[in-house]
Design a protein around this ligand. Sequence first.
Ligand SMILES: NC(=O)c1ccc[n+]([C@@H]2O[C@H](COP(=O)([O-])OP(=O)(O)OC[C@H]3O[C@@H](n4cnc5c(N)ncnc54)[C@H](O)[C@@H]3O)[C@@H](O)[C@H]2O)c1
Length: 286
Amino acid sequence: MATVLVTGGAGFIGSHTCVELLAHGHDVIHFAARKAVGESVTIPLEYYHTNVGGTVTLLQAMLDHGVHRLVFSSSCSIYGDTGAGLLDESLPARPTNPYARSKWMCEQVIADAVVRRPELAAVALRYFDPAGAHPSGLLGEDPRGAVTNVFPLLVQVAAGRRERLQIFGGDYPTPDGTAVRDYVHVVEIADGHRIALDRLEPGMRVLNLGTGVGTSVRQLVAAFAQASGRPVPHDVVDRRPGDVAELVADTTLVQRKWGWRARLDVAAMCRDAWRFQQRHPEGYPG
Ligand SMILES: NC(=O)c1ccc[n+]([C@@H]2O[C@H](COP(=O)([O-])OP(=O)(O)OC[C@H]3O[C@@H](n4cnc5c(N)ncnc54)[C@H](O)[C@@H]3O)[C@@H](O)[C@H]2O)c1
């Protein structure tokens, strides 16, 4: 079985270990990135440096060492404010913030490299909103520093580790005014990567990983309160710069090409994230 180099530990891209591993002919899954939309508006150059620069460095290192298989963590934020219903891969990109633009640029960098080096086999997986934890309760999210994704914030509020959840924007053109996202279980995202490694072929492909089901932040809060049996106190505050009203996947292409289909719903994501929280009340150090 092939060994896979996974980027994502701080300082790993371009490091000695990374190049050593590449030298042994591994596949690469490139997760490493800065990923906070709001922060990217404040420090855009850092985002381009890490996300785009890191991807260029990694691709160069791969080519230098005869490594040709790449799975790239892309993002649905690339679609931006389309006003469309379900988002399919043929839509033009309209990123609305530097984070999303950096992911779009990375996709273009990879596509250009593939034109020049047709032996490269790459796929950009456009994740929608990964959420949840492994159902065993052993593996889950334990973010350090500023937490910007709504799901881990919800968990922390329900657990009493934070007082209240801030919901950014209550005046979006959505049924309840809060932003709608397509939450997809992390286990199914992981499965998408396993299939990607099995199915990589020369050239570049772009595929959505989502469920096709939209959930508003208010609906998510209600689902989490139900799963945890705990209240989730919250306030609706101003919109966050760079955010869009709605992002929901059209998953036709990935179903057709790979037979990948997400089946777990938001209730399962909430249940599994809460189980991890209960088993690890203080995160991993605890
Ligand atoms: N979580 C989401 O909602 C979401 C959605 C779409 C796409 N993605 C993408 O998925 C990937 C993983 O996201 P995540 O949610 O696990 O985020 P994360 O912040 O937990 O993981 C990103 C990792 O990249 C590392 N990193 C940052 N800069 C680096 C650098 N210069 N060199 C080496 N490592 C560096 C960080 O230390 C971190 O471990 C990212 O590329 C992100 O853009 C995430």
